[in-house]
Design a protein around this ligand. Structure first.
Ligand code: UT7
Length: 328
């Protein structure tokens, strides 16, 4: 008998330290007014010196597990979507596996930038529906403050740290009705961290030239995002054999309020049908969709049976979209 994969628990964690726009005004040539009008962001969270990606990821994961009907021993796969792992080796997923005590789970990381969570969700859906794995823990977690160059005002104001998690398992009602991922490597230079891998090794040259931090061609990413967010949402809706009128809520990647508003407008969705938390957190890359999903659920904005579009884009370039009928 066919089974359907869906979300059976969500959770999130953001660090305590709040960095406001006025804090940034004190260390770089920027203004609260510019940041708010150009991006929608008012503040972001930044890890303490003792925190790394796996710490936030584990807290979000335990939160999601306690909000679901399974226990940690039931988890048989952990995927951590991140571009800011604790270190290149071992995977952050293995560190999380140990921290939360999920001894029965295989564990690996996935790097698809801000689309990472939706890439991981696609993989999880296939494994659950093919009955190879039963309870998959997906985590999007980022310590972007570790790769931000505070001398580059065009990127430094945008990013924040955090983690969101979801458990994907068999569901009786609803579930992941459609999911689409894509990539276009011709845009690989639009958003990158050039050094620290095998091309430009970590050393004096890479440190002096700040090649371990984010470089972005903001305008190119912006144009790509505005087009892709609505196009890919429509494709996911069609793939689910639904129409725009069937959609109850939109949870978009939280990169820029102007990108979100233009996507919502193209989809004909009113403001109260679109979740926005970038005001408080900035862009948390792969963590942004799962954190938004957890908050929207806890705030009662999404409820059992609702049809929700999740959509994101990011470095690579990559993108993903999905229609989920909420099962919890
Ligand atoms: O998750 C995916 C990751 N990335 C994104 O989603 C980013 C997509 N892109 C964007 O969100 C926008 O392109 C940005 C927010 C990054 C930039 O906004 P923009 O409206 O495209 O601004 P711009 O880059 O065209 O810059 C306009 C002006 C420039 O000054 P001049 O040349 O006109 O004098 C910049 O130097 O704003 C200046 N500027 C700033 N001013 C104050 C750039 N950053 C800042 C800043 N504070 N932080």
């Amino acid at each position: 008998m066919d089974i359907k994969a869906g979300i059976i628990g969500v959770g999130s964690y953001v660090p305590k330290n709040v960095i406001t726009n006025s804090d940034l005004e004190k260390i770089m040539d920027t203004s609260d007014e510019w940041i708010k009008t150009r991006t929608g962001i008012s503040e972001r969270r930044i890890v303490s010196e003792l925190e790394a990606t796996s710490d936030m990821a584990s807290k979000a994961a335990l939160n999601a597990i306690s909000n679901s009907k399974i226990n940690v021993n039931d988890i048989d796969m952990i995927i951590v979507a991140t571009v800011t792992p604790d270190s290149p080796l071992p995977s952050t997923a293995c560190i999380v596996q140990e921290k939360i005590g999920a001894t029965n789970a295989i564990a690996f990381d996935l790097a698809a930038a801000c689309s990472g969570f939706l890439y991981a969700m696609n993989i999880a859906k296939r494994f659950v529906e093919s009955k190879m794995y039963n309870n998959i823990l997906l985590i999007g977690a980022e310590t972007l403050s570790s790769v931000v160059n505070y001398d580059d005002r065009s990127t430094a104001v945008l990013f924040g740290d955090g983690a969101g998690a979801a458990i994907i398992s068999k569901v009786e009602e609803g579930g992941i009705l459609s999911i689409i991922n894509g990539a276009d490597g011709t845009g690989k230079d639009y958003l990158k961290i050039p050094a620290g891998g095998s091309r430009i090794k970590a050393g004096e040259y890479s440190i002096k030239n700040k090649l371990h931090s984010i470089k972005m061609s903001g305008n190119d990413v912006f144009k790509f995002a505005v087009r892709k967010m609505s196009e890919e949402s429509v494709k996911a809706i069609e793939k689910a054999k639904l129409s725009l009128e069937d959609i109850d809520f939109l949870i978009p990647h939280q990169a820029n309020i102007r990108i979100i508003e233009s996507s919502a407008k193209r989809l004909g969705l009113k403001k109260d049908k679109v979740y926005v938390n970038l005001t408080r957190y900035g862009n948390m890359s792969s963590a942004s969709i799962p954190v938004a999903m957890d908050e929207a659920f806890r705030e009662g904005k999404i409820k059992k049976g609702d049809k929700i579009v999740l959509v994101g884009f990011g470095g690579g370039l990559t993108w993903g979209s999905s229609v989920v009928q909420w099962s919890i």
